[in-house]
Design a binder for this molecule. Sequence first.
Ligand SMILES: NC(=O)c1ccc[n+]([C@@H]2O[C@H](COP(=O)([O-])OP(=O)(O)OC[C@H]3O[C@@H](n4cnc5c(N)ncnc54)[C@H](O)[C@@H]3O)[C@@H](O)[C@H]2O)c1
Length: 147
Amino acid sequence: MNNPKIAIIGLGYVGLPLAAAFASKYEVVGFDINTKRIAELNSGLDATNELTTEQLNKVVGNSLKLTTTLEDISNCTTFIVTVPTPVTSSKSPDLTPVVKATESVSTALKKGDTVVYESTVYPGVTEEVCVPILEEKTGLKFKLTFL
Ligand SMILES: NC(=O)c1ccc[n+]([C@@H]2O[C@H](COP(=O)([O-])OP(=O)(O)OC[C@H]3O[C@@H](n4cnc5c(N)ncnc54)[C@H](O)[C@@H]3O)[C@@H](O)[C@H]2O)c1
């Protein structure tokens, strides 16, 4: 994988530090649906206190672009999904954010690209829920890669 352009989908406790870490070496786009979160981060404030203003300012606007505009991930080649997996009132996993994030990734996915799911899911979700969405929306075929 030479010089991947990385998209991080979901910039919470997990996604933001990951985006900043990758941005020390690669070009990264951080996408989140929460406009307040993106505005705060772009002004140097991380409400989760994972990153200091200094750490944010080092990468934001340089190697790290933070956005709520889905088109901004269109020329990325590696997609890392870090959206939440809450549980419903009946204690079953609510996969809605993972499904929505997968649909977002499918708008940008090209042959040879890599998709990583870092969200916590039960066994089988990637192959049985996410991959069919990616395949159906893109017409591409899934190939499992062991890193
Ligand atoms: N694999 C690991 O090492 C590891 C470790 C800890 C947590 N996790 C998992 O990572 C996931 C994220 O955890 P967190 O603590 O960062 O959550 P969080 O709630 O702090 O952040 C999630 C972010 O995703 C955004 N989001 C929600 N739906 C979205 C969508 N459709 N598109 C784009 N952004 C969206 C939210 O606005 C929020 O900013 C959870 O599933 C958690 O269990 C994984």
